[in-house]
Write a protein that binds this ligand. Sequence first.
Ligand code: TRP
Length: 333
Amino acid sequence: MKKTILTGIRPTGNLHLGHYFGATKNWVKLQDEYNSYIEIADVQALTDNFNNPEKVRKNVRELTIDLLSVGIDPNKATLFIQSQIPEIAELTVFYSNLVTMARLYRNPTVKTEIAQKKAIFGNDGESVTYGFVGYPVSQAADITAFKGELIPVGEDQLPLIEQCREIVRKFNNIYGNTLIEPEPLLSDNPRIKGLDGNEKMGKSLGNAIYLADNEEVISKKIMSAVTDTKKIKKDDPADPDKCMVYYYHKLIDNPNIDTVCSECKKGSRGCVACKKELINQMNEFLKPIREKRKYYEEHPEEVDKILKEGTIKAKEKAESTIKEVKSAMMIDY
Ligand code: TRP
């Protein structure tokens, strides 16, 4: 029997190249080998966007279209909306007894995120909510509701998987063997750098190329990409490894990459020409994704149907789990 994988993504914006090469490209591959669940984690998105429900609502469909456009196949993977599975919320409440506040505050991912919030909002952490600190508990519910065995995640999510494993062990110890302890499925995907040369491409960093960007936007962004600052004149030799344009040529597999590299080093290639070539290549790369996006934008009812059917299927699984959980906890009236 195929193993079950479960992963989730917060609907707070469109997918960019960082998400694609870092995660979703891999999910497309995994859907052939595993029984796959992909959760649109709108409840988790609300933990730090509770005052902006419109944003989360809009991005549920946007993100679903992005996922379908890169090749997630609803006949292979179950795409569902977290908020529509009340069993996840129930499990979250039950699990909240199995984890201490101290342990949550020690969770490295939560810790980093709280530190970032403090830096952004400049407060002493007074505004950090119960829901936010507790989101690893809710994520443990996401995973266990579907008996997820393998969780495809990046490094930053490892502490959340560990926290889930602890909750599962404690649950099984106290109430009897009921839940499955998940394991992370770490991909060797690289972290994708931003247009400005930052180690991370990110929405909040303003350095991202989105899969949904149109030709005009792509052109503007690539023209602004950081190149080797030592190269001043068009025919100065430069170091491609210090250039984001070269980096993206490589990332999207430009078949002409060796020429790009050697001409850059020799100084026989100007940055403007090199950027223009990348713009063309990027548009080629995005073409099939854009075509699919256009189709789904014109057929919103199909997107809704995919989410509805996926959610029904996911709910059946969660209902069966919660039955076992309630029986184990002696609350099965
Ligand atoms: N926390 C994950 C992220 O920010 C998203 C997520 C929600 C998730 N539920 C999940 C990941 C369950 C793996 C399993 O990327």
